[in-house]
Design a protein around this ligand. Structure first.
Ligand SMILES: [Zn+2]
Length: 216
């Protein structure tokens, strides 16, 4: 089974994707993590990707779709959770062609939704662990010890694109590029929307209920 989770930056998608892939034993395709790993490797491609990310710009579709294609082919026997891909219509079309070619299909596309004021507040207070990739939030999900990862004790860092100016730019890009997926997946009758208000557990429950409804 393949599930897509999408939503604006700050909606808590990364955290929920981790919880869901654990719960459903699915293999997570997180384009954000993959891009950051490539940047950290300081490869030629990584250096190119860093230039886009540091300007709050989107990485070109051909790079993204190539990452995804490789991943899906490798894990085609598994349950897959797509986290943050596709993020525009072009990528969504690429995904459908790739899935058709492999005789696979997307079961449900879930959009996590939250108003803009709340998104900005969450993003400004977000930190992540550069070692194990766990995401924290000083408002909604603080670590036990200030600035230190609960799991591996690494010092937490702020993503370079989590400042207000770049956040507004990223939210604008989301609205323009990613929002059209709503109509696209509605037309395919696999679109669901989940309000991302409430605690992590509450949001997790909403998302799980949606997925269960599509698998039963
Ligand atoms: Zn950690």
């Amino acid at each position: 089974m393949m599930v897509l989770l999408f939503g604006p930056p700050g909606v808590g998608k990364g955290t929920q994707a981790n919880l869901l892939s654990e719960r459903y034993k699915s293999t997570k395709f997180s384009i954000g993590d993959m891009l950051r790993d490539e940047v950290a490797s300081k490869s030629e491609l990584g250096t190119k990707i860093a230039q886009y990310l540091n300007h709050g710009a989107l990485v070109p579709d051909d790079i993204i779709s190539a990452f995804a294609r490789q991943f899906i082919e490798k894990h085609k026997a598994d349950d897959i959770l797509l986290d943050g891909f596709p993020r525009n219509m072009n990528q969504a079309q690429n995904l459908i062609s790739d899935l058709n070619r492999l005789s696979l299909s997307l079961k449900v596309a879930i959009e996590m939704h939250l108003n803009e004021t709340e998104l900005i507040k969450r993003l400004i207070n977000r930190r992540y662990c550069p070692q194990c990739n766990k995401i924290y939030n000083y408002v909604t999900n603080p670590p036990h010890q200030e600035q230190v990862c609960d799991i591996c004790k690494t010092t937490l860092i702020k993503r370079s694109d989590d400042n207000e100016k770049l956040i507004r730019k990223r939210l604008g890009v989301y609205e323009k590029e990613t929002q059209p997926l709503v109509g696209f997946y509605k037309a395919h009758r696999i679109y669901e929307r989940a309000e991302a208000t409430g605690s992590q557990e509450e949001v997790f429950k909403k998302l799980s209920n949606i997925i269960n409804a599509y698998t039963n």
